[in-house]
Design a protein around this ligand. Structure first.
Ligand SMILES: [Zn+2]
Ligand SMILES: [Zn+2]
Length: 347
């Protein structure tokens, strides 16, 4: 048996190819994938062949935001049955390196995160019809639409960022950049008790999504670069900035709106941002990075199952795997797309 998988060979060079269907080993599940979301990192490989110093050096299957149905159990698997819908965490830490033992699996030194060209050989991803995964990576997602179950990964990124921020109860929060991660951060921050959430972006449709997700105020900083000026009174008034754009002007404007000892959580990935260091020093701001997630993945699935976070409005487009070219073109169009998914059942 063979199946189709979507390989990135280089920038602007994606190809569907037949690859052998895997069979599950001990402790593993074979999953017929249903949906796979296109993430910013997939777009980087597609548009640029990599990001920062990370380059594609061999064909790599893209994709890491997937959900599907169990079709076969390996030996010694308990707690799963054929037909179960599962969300698959792409996070595969080794469990035995120094960082794993420190309790920081997202910083695993031997991380095998799906669809990553950081290590060589690259870690193959999950835009494929079938996947074999460790049962420990799979979270029961019964009751969810597979399209929503496949949002567990980006939601986990947002939940991890909220955890990095510390308590948000009663806090005034600013989210800069309203792509999928920004909008999911709005949902997660509200769930964590934020009193006021202000969002900024440079496109109208993204701001509409921010409003629908519950932002109290959504400001277009392309139309009005000084939109955050009302929050800069005194030494600034907002408590927490989630910087999700990776854009220098957003970071600088957001920092100016933070109160003394406010907290910046940087999620947006950008190699070339500089930091207004004098502002950081003089306002005694806290700067924290946020990278991936681990245990938040099961939390994300649970929040969606309980109806406490609704990701449905974010999934704006879906294309059969064979139409990957149209899917990636749409994912690149920020004026239309929020989350674009591949339907991995149809080919
Ligand atoms: Zn992702
Ligand atoms: Zn490790």
């Amino acid at each position: 048996m063979a199946m189709q998988a979507l390989y990135a060979h280089a920038a602007r060079d994606l190809r569907l190819a037949e690859t052998p269907a895997p069979s599950p080993g001990r402790g593993e599940l074979r999953i017929a994938l249903a949906r796979g979301g296109i993430c910013g990192s997939d777009l980087h490989y597609f548009n640029h062949g990599g990001f920062g110093t990370v380059r594609l050096r061999e064909p790599m299957i893209l994709g890491h935001e997937v959900a599907g149905h169990v079709v076969e159990l390996g030996d010694e698997v308990t707690g799963f049955a054929v037909g179960d819908l599962v969300a698959v965490s792409p996070s595969r830490p080794c469990g035995s390196c120094g960082e794993c033992l420190r309790g920081l699996p997202n910083h695993c030194l031997n991380m095998r995160f799906y669809g990553s060209a950081m290590p060589f050989p690259h870690i193959q991803g999950a835009f494929r019809q079938e996947l074999v995964a460790r049962a420990a990576q799979c979270v029961h997602a019964d009751g969810l639409d597979p399209a929503h179950a496949a949002m567990a990964e980006p939601l986990s990124v947002a939940l991890h960022a909220v955890r990095q921020a510390g308590t948000l109860l009663g806090q005034r929060v600013l989210v800069t950049g309203c792509g999928p991660i920004g909008v999911l951060t709005i949902l997660a921050a509200r769930r964590a008790g934020a009193a006021q959430i202000i969002a900024t972006d440079i496109t109208g449709p993204a701001l509409d999504h921010a409003r629908r997700a519950g932002a109290d105020l959504a400001l277009n900083t392309a139309q009005d670069p000084d939109a955050l000026a009302p929050y800069t009174t005194g030494k600034g008034t907002l408590d927490v900035l989630f910087e999700c754009s990776g854009a220098q002007p957003a970071l600088a404007a957001g920092m100016a709106a933070l109160r003394p000892r406010g907290t910046i959580v940087q999620l947006g990935l950008s190699g070339d941002m500089s930091l207004p260091m004098m502002m950081l020093t003089a306002k005694e701001l806290n700067l924290r990075g946020s990278f991936r997630f681990h245990e938040e993945f099961a939390v994300a699935v649970g929040l969606m199952q309980k109806g406490l976070i609704d990701v449905a409005p974010l999934v704006t487009h879906s294309y059969p795997l064979a139409d990957f070219a149209a899917a990636f073109a749409m994912a690149n169009d920020k004026s239309q797309a929020m989350k674009v998914q591949l339907d991995l059942t149809a080919c």
